[in-house]
Write a protein that binds this ligand. Structure first.
Ligand code: PBG
Length: 327
């Protein structure tokens, strides 16, 4: 009776490992975040995100076509707005002919079957670098006045061709507010992927370089969540679900797999993980220095999101991963 149960039998060969595999990773799981800027034929590298560029709209369309041909179902667009267009009211955010809306229109025209996810938050357009409006006297991030701006953004983005809106601002009540605003405009087919559990995180550093969007003063802790908390993530998730969210996101990803798992166990909605810029930069930096095998670490990391219970992953690795997964 020695050792009747030998788990290694189920790991003996590649074939048995494939048979007993519990979770799967494929191109259908990937959403590619991309950065857009003004200009023509420009691919401007982002120092803190090796391999990622700010793309002019024509280059963005090319990149989207490559992703589409690789089988990636969705791209998530983020705009690098010129400083001169930023103000305290983030008024460029809902300019129907602004960079972002033009980019959405061109990608949608060129590739109607590729899904476009957008970002709904003020930080790329705000001279304060915050996701909401700032009270100039007190520095407070104003919740309800911000909702009005978010709703205007949601409408212009949807009219430009967005399929999924991603409110990433963490204001209270924004999912319901945006849903109502969309439905009133007959935009009921536009979906909302709420950044339900978005933590105040140092892992967003490279992204803020990419958009030059770091807060000018203070931090984001009065709206983004405290990384010590997980019950609070459930509370946010329940609220967003009740307000009409179609998909719930957890962000960052890798240090928050427990949060993904908790949401998975408590909702029937699809779950997305955001494998954020700092997580990407860590793998790239270690692999450039020969400390780890970057490709293998990337796939293992993406797989961990699936194991934790995510249905989809926003990741700057989308293209590289899609190429490997298609092999
Ligand atoms: C801002 C926003 C951020 C990210 C996506 N939307 C940064 C922040 O909250 O400061 C981060 C994404 C990443 O780091 O990859 N609304």
């Amino acid at each position: 009776m020695l050792n009747i149960s030998r788990p290694r039998r189920n790991r003996k060969s590649d074939a048995i490992r494939r048979l007993v595999r519990e979770t799967h990773l494929g191109v259908n799981d990937l959403i590619a975040p991309l950065f857009v800027r003004e200009g023509v034929s420009l691919r401007e590298p982002i120092k803190t995100m090796p391999g990622v560029c700010r793309l002019s709209i024509d280059e963005l369309v090319k990149e989207c076509r490559e992703l589409f041909l690789l089988g990636v179902p969705c791209v998530a667009l983020f705009p690098a707005i010129e400083d001169k267009l930023k103000d305290q009211k983030a008024s460029e955010a809902y300019n129907p002919n602004g960079l972002y809306q033009r980019a959405i229109r061109e990608v949608k025209n060129a590739l109607p079957e590729l899904m476009i996810m957008t970002d709904v938050a003020l930080d790329p357009y705000s001279s304060d670098g915050h996701d909401g409006l700032v009270d100039p006297k007190t520095g407070e991030i104003l919740n309800d006045p911000t909702l009005e701006v978010l709703a205007k953004m949601a409408i212009v983005q949807s009219r430009a061709g967005a399929d999924i809106l991603g409110p990433s601002d963490m204001m209270d009540g924004r999912v319901g507010f945006i849903r109502d605003a969309l439905d009133e405009e007959n935009l009921m087919n536009v979906a909302i992927m709420s950044y339900a559990a978005k933590y105040a995180s140092s892992f967003y550093g490279p992204f803020r370089d990419a958009l030059n969007s770091a807060p000018k003063s203070g931090d984001k802790k009065t709206y983004q969540m405290d990384y010590a908390n997980v019950r609070e993530a459930l509370r946010e998730a329940y609220l967003d679900e009740s307000e009409g969210a179609d998909i719930l996101m957890v962000k960052p990803g890798l240090p928050y797999l427990d949060v993904i798992k908790t949401l998975r166990d408590n909702t029937t909605l699809p779950i997305a993980a955001y494998n954020v810029s700092g997580e990407y930069a860590m793998v790239k930096a270690a692999s450039e220095r020969g400390m780890i095998d970057g490709d293998k670490a990337m796939i293992e990391m993406l797989w961990a999101f699936k194991r934790a219970g995510s249905d989809m992953i926003l990741t700057y690795f989308a293209k590289e991963a899609a190429i490997l997964l298609n092999e």
